[in-house]
Design a protein around this ligand. Structure first.
Ligand code: NAD
Length: 489
């Protein structure tokens, strides 16, 4: 059961807890109760946070030896594990996700993120080479990697701690100081991480937190701040576009992980049981609120009915309920506002002529949960790529099932989107698996699996799904500025 005490979450500036210009309520999406009150940062607080970060950077953090930074990051990972259940409680309170999922995915990955980037930065070598010109001159070239500087980290609510640490860990590994702006829907774990940073011995000012909304609030003030040296952002494509405009006058680098409308392509030779397990996970994990989730399922016509029936069965087996209940598989959406958006897409699907196979509305889970942001897992057929619900990101536990007749058609349909984040190909013909995966116009393509990650691999999207790649050395490249030194010998 949840803690009765409602926390009042403060901004964290140079290690100090700071009140804001106003306070707003964070609502628990499980039942509509008050989860926390949050201090919204005004422009002055964002100014102070950027100044604190600059001071920490210039005060020595930027020159800290790599091994010392790696040691501190490992200490942060240890401390996250020591306070594991505090993080679980905070994340569950904000999101309503099943506690088991938060343990297995969100909090576990936060510790892994810090260890992984500690290892990457500690083992990264530098390039150097000899230049020999036709006139006989010789020179030694090498590069010195420096931090980018003060990095603005703006993140969404769907995997709050996981996505925050995915950016903060490499940024700190490279010697940057950060000002983070968690989503207004999930302010808790970013605030708790500030405590862990201090406990691990990370100097104050290296990690700062400002709370609030996007436009006219902390998000906009941070993205437009002249004192930042770059923005790393995860969220909606339209927000990415707004941030790009915001940083354009000062020409700052951006790394954007944006929305998706991801396809699964299921061939008739796929292992049906394994495919149904994988498909169900890819459509319904985290109530469909993972950027990588599948919302378009293209199925070879010979097995279309079997896949549709199997997936409906999986949807019916999901158990919506309180996060702490051991049999809960599926939590609510993040908020009533997001539920209204998802519901409007379900209504639109029907208006566009969809045959709804399962779900389509708000479930009745009893009086206890009536104030929550619940939605039924939903599948439909009979719409093609021309329909708006097959083109626009819904970000809920929903998918369209669409038949195809040839490999060529499947590739064309899967790539017929403005997004380009992820795809999954299901087939026992591995040659075809490789071939089709390579033809997907996406950042990540899986074969016979989904969301299996090695943190050294490049992560990001094409088209509306983002700019740049993070992960392993890709992250180190974004979060550092190399200076080439050329010495004539
Ligand atoms: P969002 O874009 O609404 O908000 C993300 C963050 O940006 C929040 O902290 C918000 O306050 C802030 N923000 C909003 N407007 C801003 C502005 N004008 N200037 C500065 N900051 C602003 O996204 P969301 O609803 O929180 O998250 C869901 C979206 O995130 C989905 O589209 C999903 O696909 C995407 N996402 C992408 C990835 C990825 O890796 N590609 C991962 C997770 C989520």
């Amino acid at each position: 059961m949840s803690d009765q005490r409602v926390p009042d979450l403060h901004n964290v500036v140079g290690g100090e807890h700071v009140t804001g210009r106003a306070s707003f309520d964070k609502i628990n999406p499980v039942d509509g109760s008050l989860a926390a009150t949050v201090q919204e940062a005004g422009r002055d607080t964002v100014d102070a946070a950027v100044s604190a970060a600059r001071k920490a950077l210039d005060g020595g953090w930027g020159d800290t030896p790599v091994n010392e930074r790696a040691r501190l990051l490992r200490r942060v990972a240890d401390r996250i594990e020591e306070r594991f259940e505090d993080f679980v409680a905070a994340e569950v309170r904000d999101t309503g996700k099943p506690a088991a999922l938060v343990r297995q995915l969100d909090v576990a990955r936060a510790a892994i993120n810090f260890r992984s980037f500690a290892d990457t930065v500690a083992s990264a070598g530098l390039d150097s080479f000899l230049t020999e010109l036709p006139d006989g001159r010789r020179a030694l070239n090498y590069a010195v990697n420096k931090p980018l500087g003060v990095v603005a980290v703006i993140v969404p609510w769907n995997l709050p701690l996981l996505l925050l640490t995915w950016k903060v860990a490499p940024a700190l590994a490279c010697g940057n100081a950060v000002v983070v702006k968690p989503s207004e829907e999930t302010p808790s774990t970013a605030t708790l991480l500030a405590e862990v940073m201090a406990e691990a011995g990370v100097p104050s000012g290296v990690y700062n937190v400002v709370h609030g909304f996007g436009p006219g609030s902390a998000g906009e003030y941070l993205a437009t701040h002249p004192g930042i040296d770059g923005v790393t952002f995860t969220g909606e494509s339209s927000t990415g576009s707004a941030i790009m405009h915001a940083v354009a006058p000062s020409v700052r680098p951006v790394s954007f992980e944006l929305g998706g409308k991801n396809a699964a392509v299921v061939f008739a030779d796929a292992d049906l049981d394994a495919t149904l397990d994988g498909l169900a996970r890819s459509v319904f994990l985290n109530t469909g609120q993972v950027c990588l989730c599948t919302e378009r399922v293209y199925v070879e016509r010979a097995i279309f009915d079997d896949v549709a029936a199997g997936l409906v069965e999986k949807a019916r087996a999901l158990k919506l309920g309180r996060p702490e209940a051991p049999d809960t598989t599926t939590g609510p959406l993040i908020s009533g506002q997001h539920r209204n958006k998802v519901q409007s897409y379900l209504d639109l699907a029907v208006q566009e002529g969809a045959d709804v196979l399962v779900g389509g509305g708000v479930p009745d889970l009893g009086d206890d949960l009536a104030g929550g942001a619940w939605i039924e897992p939903t599948l439909w057929t009979s719409l093609d790529n021309a329909s708006r619900v097959v083109r626009e990101e819904v970000f809920g536990p929903v998918a369209a099932l669409i038949p195809f007749d040839s490999e060529e058609e499947a590739v064309r349909l899967a790539n017929d989107t403005d997004y380009g984040l992820a795809a999954a190909v299901w087939t026992q013909n591995l040659e075809r698996g490789h071939r089709v995966a390579q033809r997907m116009r996406v950042g990540m393509a899986w074969v016979n699996t989904w969301y299996l990650r090695d943190l050294r691999s490049p992560f990001g999207g094409v088209g509306l799904s983002g700019i740049g790649r993070e992960g392993g050395m890709h992250s180190l490249h974004f979060y550092s500025e190399p200076t080439n030194v050329c010495v004539q010998l």
